[in-house]
Design a protein around this ligand. Structure first.
Ligand SMILES: Nc1ncnc2c1ncn2[C@@H]1O[C@H](COP(=O)(O)OP(=O)(O)OP(=O)(O)O)[C@@H](O)[C@H]1O
Ligand SMILES: [Mg+2]
Length: 295
């Protein structure tokens, strides 16, 4: 099973949002990482066949997805970044409505919905109006609707935005299980959400896929470039000006433990530590806003 993206581009008037992307997705979880405006949503919308590419095409096991039409939609599930809810529906009514739209056989609908409500811990609120749910619950209703037709290809644009840490762990586990023999593509700014479950990650920058690999393969390129040391708190300002400090933690005795990125040791006593995917992300996207990270 494969989804082959070939020379895909999307140009808006004055902007090339996706720039000649070629990528073959095979079964497993794929993380799509990139800063704001990198082109992730635009790419996903083309994979969902709701946006027409300016150039290029996408093939599912050799067939052009646009030509497959309904046959593609039957095996595809999508969670958009800005998910429009029908606010007056209850959770259950909404999912029943979506199941009907997706041609889920009526006799399976109720079992499917109950199962999804259960794994997404929404059973208690199934009779509540969607408008009255919390942000994280609404996001989970969105995830449920994307999975109603038991999709072979599941694309989710920032599924974990707004989920609390407990729900994020649950989500990771169940997506990991779900992904056997399916293609799951997830975009996220919370790198730790895909770090351990993604079979592979694709890193997107300015409309291009700049790197693809397993987490281990990707972080290798910054092996020996992640440093930690302890400094007096009063020196922090000085170091912040010239170093890429990616984490700092106050210690006793006016000391601060810092983690920084550099080709070489910049402060005496620094030791290298194993890089994580987030370190690579920050290495590639120096301007990334750490306050968005929700660990
Ligand atoms: N309909 C549109 N018309 C014009 N420009 C657009 C349109 N949609 C997206 N863009 C532009 O294309 C670029 C990529 O946007 P996109 O939404 O795909 O990025 P993203 O990686 O999903 O960002 P984010 O992390 O903020 O969700 C941005 O510069 C955006 O302004
Ligand atoms: Mg987006």
């Amino acid at each position: 099973m494969e989804l082959k993206i070939e020379h895909l581009s999307k140009r808006f008037k004055d902007k090339t949002a996706v720039d000649d992307v070629s990528l073959t997705l095979t079964s497993g979880v794929w993380g799509l990482l990139g800063a704001n405006g990198a082109g992730k949503t635009t790419l996903m919308r083309m994979i969902a066949d709701i946006m027409v590419p300016t150039n290029g095409a996408i093939y599912y096991d050799g067939q052009d997805i646009h030509e497959m039409g309904k046959a593609y939609r039957e095996l595809f599930g999508f969670l958009p970044q800005d998910f429009g809810y029908s606010r007056d529906f209850t959770v259950k009514d909404y999912l029943e409505y979506m199941a009907a739209l997706k041609d889920v056989p009526a006799r399976e609908t109720s079992r499917k919905i109950n199962h999804l409500l259960d794994i997404l811990t929404l059973s208690d609120v199934k009779r509540k109006k969607i408008a009255k749910l919390s942000g994280g619950m609404k996001r989970r209703v969105g995830i449920a609707q994307a999975m109603l037709n038991d999709p072979k290809i599941l694309v989710m644009d920032e599924p974990t935005a707004g989920l609390d840490p407990g729900e994020r762990v649950r989500f990771r586990n169940f997506i990991s299980e779900f992904s056997h023999d399916r293609i799951v593509l997830i975009s996220t700014h919370i790198v730790s959400d895909v770090e351990y479950i993604a079979t592979r990650n694709a890193i997107m920058k300015d409309g291009k896929i700049v790197d693809v690999g397993t987490t281990d393969e990707l972080v290798k390129q910054i092996e020996g470039k992640v440093w930690t040391c302890t400094i007096p708190a009063r020196d922090l300002d000085k170091y912040e000006m010239r170093l890429r400090i990616i984490n700092q933690r106050g210690e006793d005795n006016n000391q601060v433990s810092i983690r920084y990125l550099s080709d070489k040791s910049e402060i005496e006593g620094s030791i290298t530590i194993s890089p994580r995917l987030e370190d690579l992300y920050l290495w590639l996207f120096p301007q990334a806003d750490l306050s968005k990270e929700g660990n």
